[in-house]
Ligand binder design. Structure first.
Ligand SMILES: [Zn+2]
Length: 276
């Protein structure tokens, strides 16, 4: 899916242009609380652009509305996890939250330990001692719709979730591992199901704090066996079984805000590509 935001990364070090956009009517300023992941949207209210405070996120594709963010404590504010955010708001909050949280937790150089300062319009930091350029790291993660030979879907319930909640199996990609290898390893570790084919579908940035969730569809076989520590149960379900479980309230699956929910919805509609 195309971005709804033109980031204009080449203009991040250009306070003159950004100052004009900041002052324009209709420009939106997000205040983001890095601790609570809450945010508020305001106008810039005639205040002058401050490169030491205001983070340029981009302009909306279409009407050109400019979006900036700043870090700040919020007693109230809207949750970044809110399912009702518009696509544009979801995108700017995801970018803003990733950047604001990164600065809040990344004050020191990982090579020499000296303090670092924001640079390049807040999308970079520079070490004060060794000059190292530091970028916000994104953690790769994977989530997979595992299908058996009868096109049933593997769903799992994490012990930490409310009773009945279930989703696709997921996990982080480890150092030195490809995303496909992580899919095969995680599904095997969590459920004992062995995969014979893995196909990439789509990805979603996940701002809690900075992951990139990559979605896959795979062919698997074998009866699921869980350890009872991470997963409480995992089982193959048909479309009819899932529909009944959701209708009766016995089960709940993620909403379509998340890539997990969208992949499950595509499987229910028979729209997932074959992994083979
Ligand atoms: Zn350093």
């Amino acid at each position: 899916m195309r971005s709804r935001l033109a980031r204009h990364s080449e203009l991040r070090p250009s306070p003159e242009v950004l100052g004009e956009w900041f002052a324009a009517t209709g420009t939106r300023l997000l205040t983001i609380d890095p601790d609570s992941s809450r945010f508020a949207v305001n106008s810039t209210d005639g205040r002058a652009y401050d490169p030491g405070n205001d983070i340029f996120l981009g302009r909306e594709v279409g009407d050109g509305t400019a979006w900036f963010a700043q870090s700040g404590e919020l007693a109230n504010g809207q949750s970044a996890r809110d399912a009702g955010l518009s696509p544009v708001l979801r995108e700017v909050v995801t970018v803003g939250l990733a950047i604001v949280q990164w600065h809040a937790t990344s004050g020191f150089c990982e090579r020499c330990g000296a303090s670092s300062t924001p640079s390049n319009g807040w999308f970079e930091r520079i070490c004060s001692r060794c000059g190292r350029q530091i970028y916000p790291r994104t953690d790769p993660a994977m989530i997979c719709a595992v299908l058996d030979e009868r096109d049933r879907l593997l769903l799992g319930h994490q012990v930490s979730w409310p009773t009945g909640r279930c989703s696709l199996l997921a996990g982080f990609v480890e150092a030195g591992e490809s995303a496909e290898q992580a899919v095969i390893r995680e599904v095997g570790e969590e459920s004992g199901v062995q995969l014979s084919a893995v196909r990439y579908l789509a990805s979603q940035p996940w701002p809690f704090p900075r992951s990139l969730m990559m979605g896959f569809v795979a062919r698997g076989s074998g009866e699921p066996v869980v350890d009872g520590i991470e997963l409480g149960w995992a089982q193959w379900v048909s479309r009819e079984e899932l529909a009944e479980g959701l209708a009766s309230g016995e089960w709940a699956v993620p909403s379509s805000v998340s890539i997990a929910g969208r992949i499950i919805a595509r499987w229910r509609a028979g729209e997932l590509p074959s992994p083979d």
